[in-house]
Design a protein around this ligand. Sequence first.
Ligand code: PLP
Length: 246
Amino acid sequence: MIRENISAVQDEIRKACTRSGRSADDVTLIAVSKTKPASDIMEAYDAGIRDFGENKVQELTEKIAVLPDDIRWHMIGHLQRNKVKAVVGRVCLIHSVDSLRLAEEISRESVRQGINTDILIEVNIAGEESKFGVLPEDAPGLIQNIAKLPGITIKGLMTVAPYTEDAEKNRPYFDNLVQLSVDIAAKNIDNVNMNILSMGMTGDYAVAVETGATCVRVGSGIFGERDYTNQRFGPQDTAGTERYGK
Ligand SMILES: *Cc1c(COP(=O)(O)O)cnc(C)c1O
């Protein structure tokens, strides 16, 4: 089922690209595998997926330990400063940076490891009370400050649009994120480019692609509904079992 789901999502992405005059090569499909076991990730891997998104540090590091080394891991969830050490150097992109203090911690750890970490700035594009992310009006100032830090490169913006049954309702929010990225790019800040726009999830990724997403993060549309009630993912699912692809 996972393989069929991936084909269907890739097909939708291609169609959305055609509708909007974009190249499908410009859109990266990130399979969001949170709560799902390593065996599900291997099914997606065998179907050709190499970009995977996780939102919890412990789950992420446990999966990294048992899954193939050529997977590009994306940290897409809220990141606490005391967990930064476990993530820096192990993921290709941190999508969820929304404060200077968090960026400072990522910078410190990157310098300590002698590496550069690519990040996105998470924007609360609809100004929702319950959401993480910097408010759009505060994004340029935050980016100016983060850009001065060593060991860190800002590659673009990320947003989690409001939950809706009608994806079209999110089109104005996606348009606003695109416009914000254009405005920020025009400032030509050192260490900052706006090449990546991470937006669109299972319910609205086609609209996100039409408006300009370069990364879509699709979870349930690939792996099926998540079950949080009995924690299908836990240490017992991977520790001491087979090491997939290693
Ligand atoms: C869970 C999650 C997704 C995927 O959500 P689906 O609706 O299952 O596609 C995307 N982005 C973030 C930040 C998430 O936490």
